[in-house]
Ligand binder design. Structure first.
Ligand SMILES: *[C@@H]1O[C@H](CO)[C@@H](O)[C@H](O)[C@H]1NC(C)=O
Ligand SMILES: *[C@@H]1O[C@H](CO)[C@@H](O)[C@H](O)[C@H]1NC(C)=O
Ligand SMILES: *[C@@H]1O[C@H](CO)[C@@H](O)[C@H](O)[C@H]1NC(C)=O
Ligand SMILES: [Cu+2]
Length: 724
């Protein structure tokens, strides 16, 4: 009985899910390319992933056409995006030519208005912020959707340029093929144009030479005999393109003596003809988590996620990828208490450590240059996210201002990974026979951005005990460098190497990844303070104790921004608390959350190295700023080729008061990456995370009420063979 009940229930859940998740494949017109990091070949090839057996059936429906915003923070709908386009089409400055739309997103209402809003209230005015580019100028517009007018218009507000659009990058890639010298170089390398794949890395900023024009540096690879062209670089060939003039500014070809690495062992696809993997030992049996009663979360009105004691608003964002807002947790008395107003990945900085002509400029700012949402392809069912996942689409605008759908961009699922929520057993000699344990179940919101070669997996994981874990996983392909050497014995001077030989003629160049999170914490309200709880060694006075030393937690509340600029130190440790000075626990402790950093890395570049100036938000791991609507992107609003005059470091140099104020916590998760052979041809995921953990927020362990799981709770579908 129970067995079949479970199986049938699962089928029902799946068919409901299929209905909910059906959508139209809504393509923007023109290039047919929805992600900015497009790869063109001289002869268009179908999307590499479309041949994969993992690809799920993408059925069609039109539910996004009827979306209406139901919450002040809901993203712009298809209808609203179309409306904005029609407003801009008749806007006087754009009448003769329509600008290229870089980002077009909801301009969120003032925080006070969002906080005051209750379900059922009319929405505050819907406004859009549009970053666009026309005739060499950046236009930043505010469009009011109730009045149907442009109510704000600023031009060229800084040194940087807007996020590249798919069209910008396609232009760059098309332009290289018009260049005779480029053609000659490709022919000299013996690469068939049919196998040529080029990518458009951003150029960074390195002084006046490339200022005043939008530049992309195109580099190419051979895809002969492999879909993994990244492992077959055409080394030392860099074409500098002015994407607005559509012309080649400069071409540098210094690597003709460097062979293109072979295709051997580079393929990573499960199904290609002669797949080296289809006959391999699968290592483990298929597995999935059982949920006989179905998932215990709901997604209401499209964006409100309710699970266990948590509720939060979740939305896709073209630039940040995923935004969590209004995260609240229910206390024992039933009150929903505010933890975080808003949290998202604000910038991602990836400097490579190679001063070569073809490498020095690689200092990507992936969120502001390419967009974490723009590069987040649909997630693969059962492999990217487990069977119990719910998928959310992104609704964005393409360069021509028309809406497009980024399907299945985010997944939400419950995770039971065999972890323990809390436990205790008692030694029988104490006279008790106690063994108590509770399973740990969490809720994950996940997205994976494929910014060119690299894949960044972003997880926001919520625990019933109040902890939020923010995790970033790195996978995908290394950005590799061609070398004449096949093994380390041939290398005349190992000091010349800027990385590790990861395959014959392939160097994995040393680099860093820094992901800076904007965390607008609102612990029990907006007025919060930041305290450093420093662990200091105290020495006992002579004769006081048999102990010579002990540790004491010394709490220091930050008055201004300078007090909260933190460089982590193992031998001078601290806890980092955001707390509400006017809300106390039963015992009088201020309610708070602490930021718990874990494995992390700091940027070691010179502070006046151009990439570091632009990414000055990595100068400290932690910063605290007063809430300010325009301080959103840690590397600045306009990041491409920016000179770094609009970074967190610049804003924070004002050293404003942050005590008992609406404050924003910034944390940068860092990775140093010294590649190794296991990273070839595709990297096993490397993850790092940090946590936001309640401190005196609850009066006691908030998961005393968690129930143990019993065998009878988990009927199984079929007879299971035992391992023993
Ligand atoms: C470069 O080569 C491609 C492919 O053979 C050709 O289509 C294109 O016209 C060439 N461009 C120039 C400038 O010779
Ligand atoms: C926050 O504190 C300021 C004074 O610093 C006060 O004026 C304001 O009313 C407080 N806001 C709330 C929501 O308590
Ligand atoms: C908000 O931030 C911007 C950019 O740093 C700054 O120009 C502006 O003065 C700030 N506003 C307030 C009220 O501090
Ligand atoms: Cu890396």
């Amino acid at each position: 009985m129970e067995k079949s009940y479970y199986c049938i229930q699962f089928l029902i859940i799946i068919s409901i899910a299929a209905f909910i998740f059906a959508y139209t494949r809504y393509q923007p017109e023109g290039l047919g390319c929805t992600t900015p990091w497009c790869i063109t070949k001289t002869h268009q090839k179908t999307n590499i992933r479309s041949s994969s057996i993992f690809d799920t059936d993408v059925s069609s429906s039109s539910h996004h056409f009827t979306d209406t915003p139901l919450h002040p923070l809901d993203p712009l709908t298809v209808t609203e995006i179309n409306k904005i386009r029609s407003i801009l089409l008749v806007y006087a400055p754009f009448k003769s030519s329509f600008p290229s739309i870089s980002t077009l997103s909801l301009e969120e209402s003032e925080k006070v208005d969002v906080l005051a809003w209750k379900t059922g209230d009319p929405l505050p005015p819907r406004r859009a912020s549009v970053v666009s580019f026309l005739d060499g100028q950046t236009h930043i517009l505010t469009v009011d959707l109730d009045m149907n007018v442009v109510i704000g218009h600023a031009v060229n507000i800084g040194s940087g340029y807007p996020m590249y659009t798919a069209d910008d990058l396609a232009t760059a890639l098309q332009t290289v093929f018009t260049d005779l010298e480029f053609n000659k170089s490709i022919m000299a390398r013996g690469v068939d144009f049919n196998d040529l794949v080029c990518v458009p890395p951003s150029s960074g900023w390195f002084g006046p030479d490339e200022e005043g024009k939008r530049i992309v540096k195109v580099q190419c690879f051979s895809s002969q005999d492999t879909p993994n062209f990244y492992m077959r670089p055409i080394e030392g060939l860099t074409v500098v393109i002015d994407i607005d003039k559509k012309e080649v500014v400069k071409i540098s070809d210094t690597g003709r003596g460097i062979p293109i690495p072979k295709a051997t062992h580079t393929d990573y696809q499960y199904t290609t003809t002669n797949s080296p993997f289809s006959d391999m030992n699968p290592l483990t049996n298929p597995m999935s988590m059982e949920q006989p009663k179905g998932p215990s979360f709901t997604v209401e009105n499209g964006h409100i996620v309710k699970w266990a004691n948590w509720v939060f608003h979740l939305k896709p964002d073209l630039r940040a990828g995923m935004v969590i807002s209004r995260a609240m947790i229910r206390a024992e008395d039933g009150e929903y208490r505010s933890v975080m107003y808003k949290g998202f990945a604000s910038e991602l900085f990836v400097p490579y450590m190679d001063p070569d002509e073809s490498w020095y400029f690689k200092s990507y700012m992936d969120a502001g240059e390419f967009g974490l949402g723009a590069t987040a392809m649909s997630l693969l069912e059962l492999n990217d996210c487990p069977r119990n996942a719910y998928y959310m689409d992104g609704v964005f605008a393409s360069a021509d201002g028309r809406p497009f759908i980024q399907p299945k961009m985010i997944c939400i699922f419950e995770r039971y990974a065999g972890e323990i929520g809390w436990r205790h057993s008692e030694i029988p000699t104490m006279g008790f026979d106690i063994r108590e344990s509770r399973p740990k179940v969490t809720l994950v919101a996940r997205m994976a951005a494929s910014v060119g070669n690299y894949d960044y997996i972003f997880d926001w994981e919520f625990q019933t005990d109040g902890l939020i874990r923010i995790k970033v996983g790195l996978s995908g392909m290394l950005m590799v460098k061609g070398t004449p050497y096949e093994n380390i014995y041939n290398i005349p001077n190992a000091d010349d190497m800027t990385g590790t030989l990861v395959s014959e003629n392939v160097v994995g160049v040393v680099h860093d990844h820094f992901i800076s999170f904007h965390l607008d914490m609102d612990i029990d309200g907006t007025n919060n303070s930041f305290a450093k709880v420093n662990l200091v060694k105290k020495e006992t006075s002579p004769g006081q104790s048999s102990r010579k030393s002990y540790l004491k937690a010394v709490r220091k509340v930050a008055k201004t921004e300078d007090d909260a600029k933190i460089k982590l130190k193992l031998y001078d440790p601290s806890e980092f608390h955001v707390f509400n000075p006017s809300r106390r626990s039963r015992l009088g402790n201020p309610t708070g959350y602490k930021l718990v950093p874990s494995g992390t890395a700091a940027s070691l570049l010179d502070l006046d190295d151009p990439p570091q100036i632009r990414a000055a938000f990595t100068n400290n791991q932690i910063w605290v700023t007063p809430h300010n609507k325009s301080e959103v992107w840690a590397g600045g609003l306009l990041v491409s080729q920016s000179k770094g005059e609009d970074t967190l470091a610049v804003w924070s140099a004002r050293n404003r008061d942050i005590e008992n104020k609406d404050i924003v916590l910034w944390y940068t998760l860092g990775f140093h990456h010294v590649p190794c052979q296991e990273d070839f041809p595709v990297m096993p995921t490397v993850s790092s995370s940090f946590e936001l953990k309640p401190v005196n927020f609850f009066d006691r362990n908030p998961i005393m009420g968690a129930k143990p799981t019993f065998h009878k709770d988990l009927p199984v579908c079929s007879t299971v063979a035992h391992a023993y």
